[in-house]
Ligand binder design. Sequence first.
Ligand SMILES: [Zn+2]
Length: 299
Amino acid sequence: MSSAGISTQHLGNFALDSGAERASDTTLTTVKVYTRHNRNCPKLDRSDWARCNCMKWLYIYRDGKYKLVSAKTRSWEKARQKASELRDSFDPVKQLQRQLEAKAQKRQVELAAAVENFLQETARLNLAEATRAKYTPTLNRLSEWCAAQHEPITFLAQLDVATLRRWIQTRVGEPTTRHNQHQRVITFFFFCIEQGWVTENPAKKIKKVTAEQDETLPFTREQFDALIEATHFYDSRDPKKASDTVNSRRARAYLKLLRWEWPAWPQQAPEGHSRQQVLRAALRDGGSTPSLAPILSMA
Ligand SMILES: [Zn+2]
């Protein structure tokens, strides 16, 4: 039997009661179960009768129109389940959620898709251009490494703690660079958790290198050495002690202090002194304060 051309009389006085009343309401969606009885069923006139063995059908009212489709079961309960699934499938929000949930359950969210989505999101959220620009190379390097593995890593869920640690161990460069890369991957995985694609953050479970004691000046070692070298010559009022004037020592001390990030200092700096106070002291006495010596020797 096909649903086309079936008279609404088959529904008895049950299924159409609400549908008929609101037939003009195109926003309303209704899915109801009814029974299409055999001719000899004693409950022939009760379309809402659930407990006979006759076929169960669905009355679907949507976009101002109705249709009748077989639920392909004799069980009222199974038909109700189908009705519920159908109702959810009409809801676009639930539909998207289910697709992603299904993918997440099957561990099928691709790393490449997740990265792309994350980068789109950083753009949408108007993160500073400089911040966004740093995520791209970090996540691209991760993707490239994954693709280059003997057994390529395609899915996000394959990036467990052990695998991710292997990648992190391949990273080279200054501690702060590695620290920041690690932090970006942690942020990426938090995004993935929020999306329901993974349940835990493998990057968070790996200890980060400490970022302290890294250079803060954008100079290469050679450039920095040249600057220090220059301090020995720039104050030429007394050529005999050019490299040992107060101004010369001051400039040297200041450059050396600026080279290092503040967190590296407190162990060496005079107790309770701020970065500013230490810098001021360096300028005042040209780096001759004994307590500054350990900091200056770092450069
Ligand atoms: Zn029946």
